[in-house]
Design a protein around this ligand. Structure first.
Ligand SMILES: Cc1cc2nc3c(=O)[nH]c(=O)nc-3n(C[C@H](O)[C@H](O)[C@H](O)COP(=O)(O)OP(=O)(O)OC[C@H]3O[C@@H](n4cnc5c(N)ncnc54)[C@H](O)[C@@H]3O)c2cc1C
Length: 351
């Protein structure tokens, strides 16, 4: 059925980026949104940063109560497992249920676009111009949709970037996250342990559950995760004996301009698929929302969409790359040690 219809845009992925694009452009353009989320929810901290809240405000949206998680936490505890150093810093994140957030945005997008529960399996140029996307529906049927353009909003490791921009490889980690029944005081913490990860890990609470997750080099990721968990249990007393569930996914870490790929020639990338994620904190929802909005503006403006989009998203790219300056202070053990010791910007009384 979808195969006979020709869309202006076929969007692969109905996370925040794909839904934001459909929501902003769906009134004027014929959009097919392929939603592969029936295959499982991606692991995420579900913390909405102030830039993401601002993006929602710019989209004219207010966050419904069913999207919120309990409790709201206004401090991040920074823990260096190697040295035992700790500090707490103020943070203004909204604690959300990520699956509920994505579902809410997707429902809004569904009022303006055709949303199909399906997983894209191939993206191909058509001889007569335009693009074909092969997909498998949630019911297992194989179909093809045709569109004038394709949008890769399919996150890290997505099929659109891999198929159309294979040469734009980007450093990635394996993120592993486990959930437990919360038996300790609620907290949000950023965890460092150089022997097992050059990146960071995190602890957060949602609705009487504790999640522990981290980003690790793909080889030895599970061993690194288990070692950090052991330290948190044995040295810090966290209760993590029986995981309720374990999740894993790929997460990108952009290091240079080359890692950011907005697309060209009728195939455009949004959000994490484009490499738009903070290389220091892995905050990515705000970039996903804003890139979706920028592409919608570019598509509606007339003229060359690719050029419009690159121009409109230039500030986002610069913002991502500017986050690199924070990395040494977070990830170089000596510098981090000095920052923690200094107490600069720390909450009063935290140590
Ligand atoms: C462990 C972890 C914790 C994080 N915590 C936070 C946080 O607290 N706050 C924050 O701001 N950011 C966080 N991030 C980053 C954030 O999750 C991403 O940057 C953000 O989700 C990117 O949004 P997106 O729409 O680009 O892609 P995604 O959210 O990854 O959405 C992609 C969508 O595409 C779908 N999809 C994929 N392949 C296909 C296919 N072939 N066909 C159809 N659909 C497909 C997926 O099912 C998914 O629904 C975290 C990342 C990780 C890994």
């Amino acid at each position: 059925m979808q195969g006979q219809e020709k869309f202006d845009y076929i969007v692969v992925g109905a996370g925040p980026a794909g839904s934001a694009f459909a929501l902003q452009a769906g009134d004027k353009l014929r959009i097919l949104l392929l939603d592969g989320s029936f295959r499982g929810q991606k692991p995420c901290g579900g913390l909405l940063a102030p830039q993401a809240a601002r993006a929602l405000a710019e989209m004219g949206l207010t966050l419904p109560r069913e999207v919120l998680a309990d409790p709201q936490i206004f401090a991040v505890r920074t823990m260096d497992l190697q040295t035992g150093a700790e500090r707490s810093y103020p943070r203004n994140y909204v604690n959300m249920d990520r699956a509920a957030f994505d579902g809410w945005l997707r429902r809004l997008a569904g009022a303006k676009a055709t949303v199909l529960q399906a997983r894209a399996t191939a993206v191909r140029p058509l001889e007569q111009g335009g693009w074909a996307v092969d997909y498998v529906t949630a019911a297992g049927e194989r179909e093809t949709a045709q569109g004038a353009a394709v949008v890769g909003a399919d996150g890290a490791g997505g099929i659109v970037r891999r198929s159309c921009f294979a040469e734009r490889r980007i450093l990635h980690y394996t993120a592993i996250q486990q959930w437990f029944t919360l038996r300790d005081a609620p907290l949000y913490a950023c965890v460092f342990h150089r022997p097992t990860s050059e990146s960071c890990s995190w602890l957060f609470c949602k609705d009487r559950k504790l999640a522990f997750g981290g980003a690790f080099a793909p080889s030895g990721a599970r061993a690194g995760f288990e070692e950090q968990k052991r330290i948190l249990q044995e040295q810090y007393g966290f209760s993590m004996a029986q995981p309720l569930r374990t999740e894993a996914c790929v997460v990108y870490r952009p290091r240079s301009k080359r890692d950011l790929c907005l697309g060209a020639g009728g195939v455009y990338l949004l959000g994490e698929a484009a490499g738009l994620i903070s290389p220091s904190s892995f905050e990515g929802i705000s970039y996903a929302l804003r890139s979706g909005c920028r592409l919608a503006e570019a598509a509606l403006a007339g003229g060359e969409v690719g050029r419009n989009y690159r121009r409109a998203a230039g500030a986002l790219c610069r913002e991502v790359l500017s986050r690199r300056w924070k990395r040494p202070f977070m990830y170089w053990p000596k510098l981090r040690g000095l920052v923690l010791k200094s107490g600069v910007q720390a909450l009063k009384g935290s140590k």
